[in-house]
Write a protein that binds this ligand. Structure first.
Ligand SMILES: Cc1cc2nc3c(=O)[nH]c(=O)nc-3n(C[C@H](O)[C@H](O)[C@H](O)COP(=O)(O)OP(=O)(O)OC[C@H]3O[C@@H](n4cnc5c(N)ncnc54)[C@H](O)[C@@H]3O)c2cc1C
Length: 598
């Protein structure tokens, strides 16, 4: 028998969820192994819609640039409906903006899932031996020793059996296992968990094609509802390929679907426009039920993510995004726990947050699915205009920006609506919005969130008001002293002062009236290899050269007179909003889940 291989975190599956979790572990320098049954990275196909929230996540990891460069940018949606009284042919009903104003500073884009996975893979630091991917390795089972305490980080309570393609059996021991192994998850099955929800699976046909057509909106996202069926057009990266999604009639079996059948269906939907297929680069038929796993974790040692614990239709382009965001959610929490920075109990927030998100998504998807059904629209008198309105209304949701986490050990709503009084447009439990600011050190106009990259640290964002005024400057001095005491408490000896809790200062007013030496040292800590003064943490809500004024205070709904403190989690969700004179209370807040550094 071969000896067991020990790896602190074992990730089963190198899809969107698994790779995103690995990105965080890589940041925290936590050793992990990914087991993947494929012979290499995903090459083609599957999902393609990248929500604004996912682009923000890529941006925070420093990999948004190639994504934005290569992707198709979705700006407009065209809505088509049956034409004429007899419903023969199709006609355009309206155009709408794809993205509601202010939803995100990032666009909604389309890029092949294989390419997205490749971008994450490229960012994984596999050179230091911390992370490993073993391809051609199929996991067969998982077992958890239930007698081991949640807090026992020295234990290796999870055992995984896998088989290599050459037939060799491998056994692994892990502290934590992530089941990121897709809709047919062996991890879920091995734990005895079931998918609950709708039993009737709709069958979807999808094809990436090079069309020969005179249909005018072929390079736009378009929803085409005809009397013979519906097609969703998603233009693809590059300027020629297009994806068609179509829901096939009830009773269709996946095995009965052929490429020719999908072509034929498309010709009928687009008639009288011509629709021919110069080439079909990829096609697939798959069945989707709206379901979620009955449990998302076992003993806070094994966690299910992505399709392994929720499935839904592809209409709203959620699958890959929500899965990736599951991995994003569990990844930093595991990184903090195994890095000795946070208490293992925080892992229960994964279930609290992502189970709720999955259930909400499934409810949303049910409503959205009905809207797409020709039969439902006819029976309920849904007009083409009403359809388009509902579609647009769902935009914030489909952009991934409607997620709001409930109160937990580190997501703490203020007393009553206090947080809203301090910062009207910042919501505890939702992702921290951005605004343009000017970096104090070099006058660069930039988005504030770009000053808060995904390093694994928490951020304390201090809106200090106009510190060229004596009173505001004195107040900032006191706030800085209190925050400094708090942050030191949780920073391990020898670590950079900003490594666990980082800090960002946003001042209001004319930045030229403030000198660098007036900025408290707390905001310019000595960091990095040469322990240089960090000058990238101070920003002004001021006019910039050539890029206008971001009006950040106004956009966040923070008064420059009273100011505010916003605590932001490593994954950019808002944990807490409080008054400047409550800076001292943050120590108790952090004590609730962070380990003391000393
Ligand atoms: C054929 C197909 C087409 C799809 N098309 C679309 C689409 O057009 N639009 C859309 O929005 N969504 C689509 N989806 C869904 C979307 O791709 C998923 O929601 C998303 O990929 C989920 O990410 P994930 O990381 O949870 O799982 P996946 O991306 O499925 O990754 C799971 C990984 O685990 C590996 N794995 C599975 N079992 C084991 C095992 N026992 N041992 C080791 N490795 C294992 C798999 O090889 C895979 O790499 C499609 C899914 C499929 C399967």
């Amino acid at each position: 028998m071969t000896p067991e291989i020990h790896t602190p975190v074992l990730i089963v599956g190198s899809g969107s969820a698994g790779l995103c979790a690995a990105l965080w572990l890589s940041k925290f320098k936590i050793p992990y192994t990914i087991l993947e049954r494929r012979d290499g990275p995903l090459k083609i196909g599957q999902a393609d819609g990248v929500q604004t929230r996912t682009v923000e996540i890529f941006d925070s990891f420093g990999i948004a640039e190639p994504l934005l460069k290569e992707a198709y940018h979705v700006l407009e949606i065209a809505f088509w409906a049956p034409a004429g009284a007899e419903g023969k042919g199709i006609k355009r009903v309206r155009y709408e903006a794809d993205r509601e104003e202010g939803v995100s500073h990032q666009p909604h884009v389309i890029l092949n899932q294989a390419r997205l996975n490749a971008l994450m893979l490229g960012q994984l630091d596999l050179s230091d031996g911390n992370g490993k991917i073993e391809y051609e390795t199929e996991v067969k089972s998982v077992e958890v020793d239930e007698s081991v305490q949640v807090g026992d980080l020295d234990a290796w309570p999870v055992r995984v059996e896998a088989v290599r393609r050459d037939g060799a059996v491998r056994s692994y021991r892990a502290k934590y296992v992530l089941g990121c192994d897709g809709a047919h998850s062996i991890i879920r099955k091995s734990l005895g968990y079931k998918m609950v929800g709708d039993s009737s699976d709709a069958v979807w046909g999808v094809m990436d094609i090079y069309p020969r057509t005179n249909f005018p909106d072929i390079r736009k996202k378009a929803v085409v509802n005809s009397s013979v069926g519906n097609i969703l057009i998603i233009p693809r990266e590059g300027d020629e390929m297009v994806r068609f999604y179509t829901e096939l009639p009830a009773g269709t079996k996946v095995g009965d679907v052929t490429r020719e059948r999908l072509h034929d269906h498309a010709r009928k939907v687009f008639a009288p426009y011509e629709m021919e297929f110069a080439e079909t680069a990829w096609w697939s038929a798959y069945s989707i039920g709206q379901r979620h796993a009955d449990y998302f974790e076992k003993n806070l040692r094994v966690f299910l993510t992505g399709d392994a614990c929720h499935t839904h239709s592809p209409k709203a382009g959620q699958g890959m995004n929500v899965s990736l965001q599951d991995g994003h959610n569990i990844g930093w929490k595991l990184g903090m726990v195994l890095g000795g920075l946070a208490k293992p109990e925080i892992l229960s927030t994964y279930v609290l947050e992502r189970e709720k998100t999955a259930k909400e998504l499934i409810d949303f998807d049910r409503g959205f699915t009905k809207l797409f059904s020709t039969k439902y629209r006819q029976e309920h008198g849904v007009t083409p205009e009403h359809f388009a309105e509902q579609f647009v209304k769902a935009g914030r949701y489909t952009a991934g920006q409607a997620v709001r986490y409930d109160a937990s050990v580190f997501t703490a709503p203020g007393p009553g609506e206090n947080d809203k009084e301090l910062a009207a447009n910042i919501t505890v439990g939702m992702r921290f919005p951005t605004a343009q600011v000017v970096r104090f050190a070099d006058a660069k106009a930039m988005q504030l969130v770009n000053g808060m990259p995904a390093t694994g640290a928490w951020y304390v964002v201090v809106f200090a008001g106009d510190v060229s005024e004596e009173k505001a400057a004195a107040r900032l001095k006191t706030v800085s002293q209190r925050l400094d005491d708090t942050v030191k408490h949780f920073t391990p000896p020898g670590a950079d002062p900003d490594s666990v809790i980082d800090r960002v200062l946003v001042i209001a007013g004319d930045r030229k009236k403030v000198e660098q030496e007036e900025i408290p040292e707390f905001f310019t800590p000595m960091t990095g290899r040469w322990k240089l003064k960090s000058l990238t943490k101070v920003y002004a809500d001021d006019k910039s050269y050539n890029s206008g004024h971001g009006h950040a205070y106004e956009s966040y709904g923070v008064s420059s007179r009273s100011g505010a403190i916003v605590v932001v989690r490593p994954d950019q969700y808002v944990a807490k909003v409080c008054q400047l004179d409550q800076a001292g209370d943050l120590e108790d807040f952090f004590k609730g889940f962070l380990e003391i550094g000393a």
